[in-house]
Design a protein around this ligand. Structure first.
Ligand code: SF4
Ligand code: SF4
Length: 273
């Protein structure tokens, strides 16, 4: 019998702290996300890593030695257009430009003009192709999480109105919910472009509540934008630990956390009045 050869495991050295990245402005960022809707690269990609807050998070991690300065780190920093629109939007006075300049000084030149052209071409030309594909296959692999339909049934039976506020664009959100046969369950559906800004700005959450007829509201979500958006709108939040998280659910600092939708109705029944 032939013995299969396995590749030797390559031990990569842990990255070390990078003192040149420890810019004081890193500590001013309170992760509120109010800069996100002002950032052109975030508005196109809707990716946290292409947002000012995401890039600040990456530089903080690199400064502390928790991540290395490899390809992805450089890509995120060099896709930034250095327009500084995030600076004027930041209520905490974070001077993002100082952070980005420190990172770029450590990284060195961003590659040849051809490499820069190729990176921009991927960003501007391939993204629309990806989005068209997504639109054609919206519900191909999308199913409600276990326990969600039963929880919605129980809440509706108790007279609770359900509504959606997502950062997904309307052109994807409305047909997706429709294709899943869920539209009649919701009193309102607000997408990431419905009111011109997306979460964590409180405006779309307030629009969702108003369009649903108003009333006491608890927001349920799985991302930092959901929980920060609820906080900015002045309403309590529940984080689900099994969704689109990009870190420990505790870091979201929601008012409560559930591990399964079976836990939602009992939690809401015991919610303080
Ligand atoms: S608005 Fe300012 S404090 Fe808030 S996430 Fe952006 S950079 Fe950080
Ligand atoms: S400077 Fe960079 S991070 Fe800030 S808004 Fe412009 S593209 Fe976004």
């Amino acid at each position: 019998m032939e013995e299969r050869q396995t590749a030797p495991t390559v031990e990569r050295p842990a990255p070390g702290p990078v003192a040149a990245l420890a810019v004081a402005d890193l500590d001013r960022c309170v992760h509120c996300g109010l800069c996100l809707n002002h950032c052109p690269t975030y508005r196109v990609t809707r990716l946290e890593t292409e947002s000012p807050r995401g890039r600040i998070h990456l530089v903080r991690a690199a400064a502390d030695g928790r991540i290395d300065l490899g390809g992805r780190f450089a890509e995120h920093l060099y896709l930034c257009l250095m327009c500084r629109a995030c600076e004027t939007a930041c209520p905490s006075g974070v001077r993002y430009g100082r952070i980005a300049e420190a990172a770029r000084a450590v990284l060195g030149p961003p590659g040849s003009p051809l490499q820069r052209w190729a990176a921009r071409a991927v960003f501007t030309r391939l993204l629309p192709v990806l989005l068209d594909y997504y639109q054609d296959n919206l519900s191909a692999r999308s199913v409600p999480y276990p326990g969600l339909i039963a929880a919605m049934d129980a809440l509706a039976a108790a007279g609770v109105k359900l509504a959606i506020c997502t950062n997904k664009a309307e052109r994807f959100t409305i047909p997706l919910i429709d294709q899943l046969g869920l539209t009649p369950r919701f009193a309102s559906i607000v997408g990431g472009d419905t009111v011109g800004v997306a979460k964590p700005d409180p405006a779309p959450i307030r629009a969702m509540i108003e369009r649903a007829g108003g009333g006491r509201t608890i927001f349920i979500g799985d991302t930092i934008n959901d929980i920060a958006g609820a906080r900015n709108a002045g309403i309590p939040s529940v984080a689900v630990s099994f969704g689109f998280l990009d870190g420990p659910v505790e870091d979201l600092a929601a008012d409560a956390v559930i591990d399964h939708f079976d836990d939602l109705v009992p939690l809401l029944q015991s919610w303080p009045t």
